[in-house]
Design a protein around this ligand. Structure first.
Ligand SMILES: [Zn+2]
Length: 368
């Protein structure tokens, strides 16, 4: 039998800790000790622990791996204990196998094993990614900016692959804008519509301009930014009183071509002349890393060399900590194992994928 790689033992250790957000389950201290020749800085705030590890090998660029050790609660109905990893038929079952202890184990082991590196190598670890993330990656980056130690390039080892290992790198993410619109009217009797202002009638002709409307045409990285209505209500569930006001909620998963300001401008244009309040909240900002960035190229080349798979560049899916990293001008990409059971029951990944991810990271570090 082939000897199991160290990365798998480390992975099993990480999986055994019950690190439900924002608890790190002791993992950050464990990793600090595991990488004892890296300089460690703790950035703790609001009950959240974050660890930044760094080592300067030579003059050159600053490269950083980023990831979270926290996981979402397991939920019921698992076939095995979600915090006691179980190996069966080449799979490892436990909470966090895909999201994202496989990624963390792979890059921590790669950093431990690398002997030479062209520049500075760092690791940014948080225990608050699955929660609201207020005291996670964001505050570490603020700290790094303050001490003038922001990385040039970053790989987040979130699970990104779709069908086979190596098929997808995320080079960006869409943003998310939530909208709340209150259209005002004046309540009245259904028999005397001329004496009231009915917000349902007022919005009727406007709906065609907003429901499912594409706010831009998209581009090679992003699908069009669509205005999606999620809730619309008015009235008192009777047939003889017209409503006083109408409330609508909507969401836009926005590309870099659409901003909160441009959504606002569009809504003001279509609702012109009516009495309404509009609140827009940007939950996260979109970002995209240049296709020709050094990190995109090196990662793609290495994946193809190790797996033979040609990698596609994607911006699909929800948000990630990349949204906090990219605004600092850091080229950020995400790459990790197949993502098909994250946050679900019986979450699992294969030993083969984790070993291959580790090998990709080792080789990528040699190429950087
Ligand atoms: Zn994750």
């Amino acid at each position: 039998m082939e000897k199991r790689l160290d990365v798998i033992d480390l992975f099993l250790k990480l999986l055994s800790a019950k690190s439900i957000t924002p608890n790190d389950g002791g993992l950050l201290s464990y990793i600090e000790d595991y990488l004892s020749d890296f300089e460690a800085t703790w950035i703790n705030e609001g009950g959240v622990k974050n660890l930044f590890l760094t080592k300067k090998f030579s003059e050159g660029k600053h490269f950083c791996f980023a990831g979270h050790v926290d996981v979402v609660p397991a939920g019921d109905n698992w076939d095995t204990n979600p915090f006691v990893p179980m190996i069966k038929d080449g799979y490892i079952y436990a909470r966090g196998t895909q999201d994202m202890k496989s990624g963390v184990a792979s890059f921590v082991q790669a950093c431990r094993d690398v002997k030479e590196f062209n520049g500075r190598l760092s690791l940014l670890l948080t225990s608050d990614e699955e929660g609201d993330g207020t005291y996670g990656t964001q505050i570490v980056l603020q700290y790094l900016q303050d001490i003038d130690l922001l990385p040039d390039y970053c790989v987040i080892a979130e699970p990104t692959c779709e069908e086979v290992f190596g098929d997808t790198i995320k080079i960006g993410r869409r943003g998310s804008i939530n909208g709340y619109l209150k259209l005002k009217g004046s309540q009245g009797h259904a028999a005397y519509p001329e004496k009231s202002v009915n917000p349902v009638h007022d919005i009727a002709s406007i709906l065609g301009y907003i429901a499912g409307h594409d706010l831009d045409n998209g581009d090679e990285d992003f699908a069009p930014s669509k205005l999606v209505i999620t809730d619309i209500r008015a009235g008192m569930e009777v047939t003889n009183v017209t409503p006083h006001e109408l409330n609508m909620m909507f969401n836009v998963r926005n590309s870099t071509k659409t901003t909160k300001e441009s959504v606002e401008e569009y809504m003001h244009k279509v609702f012109e002349g009516l009495d309404y309040d509009l609140i827009l909240q940007q939950g996260s900002f979109p970002f995209v890393t240049d296709h020709n960035s050094l990190i995109v190229n090196r990662l793609r080349e290495t994946i193809e060399e190790v797996t033979g798979v040609k990698t596609k560049l994607s911006t699909a899916g929800g948000t990630s900590d990349g949204r906090h990293i990219a605004p600092y001008g850091i080229d950020v990409v995400e790459f990790g194992v197949i993502n098909d059971r994250i946050h679900g029951i019986n979450e699992r990944t294969t030993i083969k994928e984790v070993e291959t991810l580790y090998k990709v990271f080792v080789k990528m570090l040699e190429r950087l």
